[in-house]
Structures are given as structure tokens and as C-alpha cells.
Write a protein that binds this ligand. Structure first.
Ligand code: S3P
Length: 180
């Protein structure tokens, strides 16, 4: 059974920390629905993330992200939510996430994250310079937000998505008494 008030589990962290792949694995393990917020934003708007940034700018993307986030968090059914790396930038998103979900922060060094995102295709913020430099700058700027929101922080360097998913699933089961 879900804990009253905080039915969901949300994965936060920078680009390339494994939020999407780990989220899918955790969902499988705890038998919950997995939602990837970037995918919901794209489905809700009918546009890719790149097109949203091009047409509406980052603020327009953030408006769409906030709307999709609110919709996901309102679900009664407990979900595993993989967020986008900048979701905690808005205080209303932080409040909504922390009220409705346990928050797990996936961490990776900028070098690990850069290796995972490759050329950064589909991630407009990575077009502003070398991916590793952008990832380092964003990680420094956002670390206080991730830290303040997180119920658990998990380092993902040199670990497979399966290993990270195991740790997150054990955490969730401990919090919610979820079935294995
Ligand atoms: C962003 C991260 C992306 C996506 C968008 C902006 C960010 O998601 O939401 O490109 O601000 O860090 P991932 O973290 O899933 O790559």
C-alpha cells in the first residue's frame, strides 16, 4: 500500500544520471507504472523538447513541464516518475514533488554523465558548449536544490542501472512496505 500523502517516487538529478533507465527498472521491480516526464511533456504538447525550446524558449518548455508534472503527481495510482534535470528550478515544482513523492537524487560526475549523453542530441541545453562543461555548471548550480529535496542520494558512477535500481527499490520498500 502507498503511504498516505506521498504515493509516488520521483527520480531527480542531472542529465545523464540514469533517471529514465533506473526509473523503468524500479517500476518493474515494485510493480508500478513508470512515467518519464520528458515523454509526457512531448505527448501533451505534440512537440519534441528541441522544438519546444526553439519555438517557446526555455520558459515555455518549463511551463509545459510544470503542467505535465502536476498532472502526473495528481494520479491516484502510485507511480515511479523520472523527471527532467531542471524540474526543481521552479519552487512550485519542488513543493509539489516533495508533497506527493519520495525524492531520490541520482548523482554522477560530469565526466560520467557526459559519456552517457553522448553528443547531447535532443537536449537543447547541451548545445551551449561542450557537454561536460555544461553538465558541470548545471550540477554546481542545481546541487543545493537536489540536496534540499532529496530523501535519498545515490551515486551512480561505475554502477549499472540494475544496481542503482536495486538500491532505490530497497529504499522505497522500506518507506512504503511495498511488495518485492
Ligand atoms: C533538462 C533535462 C532534460 C530535459 C530538458 C532540460 C535540464 O531531461 O528535461 O532538455 O534542464 O537539465 P533529462 O534530465 O532527462 O535529460
Amino acid at each position: 500500500m502507498a503511504t498516505e500523502g506521498r504515493p509516488h517516487l520521483a527520480l531527480v538529478g542531472g542529465m545523464g544520471t540514469g533517471k529514465t533507465s533506473v526509473g523503468a527498472l524500479v517500476a518493474e521491480r515494485v510493480r508500478r507504472r513508470h512515467i518519464d516526464l520528458d515523454r509526457w511533456v512531448q505527448a501533451d504538447t505534440g512537440r519534441s523538447i528541441g522544438v519546444l525550446f526553439d519555438e517557446l524558449g526555455e520558459e515555455g518548455f518549463r511551463d509545459a513541464e510544470q503542467a505535465s508534472l502536476e498532472r502526473a503527481l495528481e494520479l491516484f495510482e502510485p507511480i515511479i516518475l523520472s523527471t527532467g534535470g531542471g524540474v526543481l528550478g521552479r519552487s512550485s515544482n519542488r513543493d509539489a514533488l516533495c508533497t506527493r513523492s519520495y525524492v531520490v537524487w541520482l548523482r554522477a560526475t560530469p565526466e560520467t554523465a557526459a559519456a552517457r549523453v553522448g553528443d547531447g542530441h535532443g537536449r537543447p541545453l547541451l548545445e551551449d558548449g561542450s557537454p561536460v562543461d555544461v553538465l558541470r555548471r548545471l550540477a554546481e548550480e542545481r546541487a543545493p536544490l537536489y540536496e534540499a529535496a532529496a530523501d535519498l542520494a545515490v551515486d551512480t558512477d561505475n554502477r549499472s542501472a540494475d544496481e542503482v535500481a536495486d538500491e532505490v527499490s530497497v529504499f522505497l520498500e522500506g518507506r512504503q512496505g511495498a511488495p518485492a
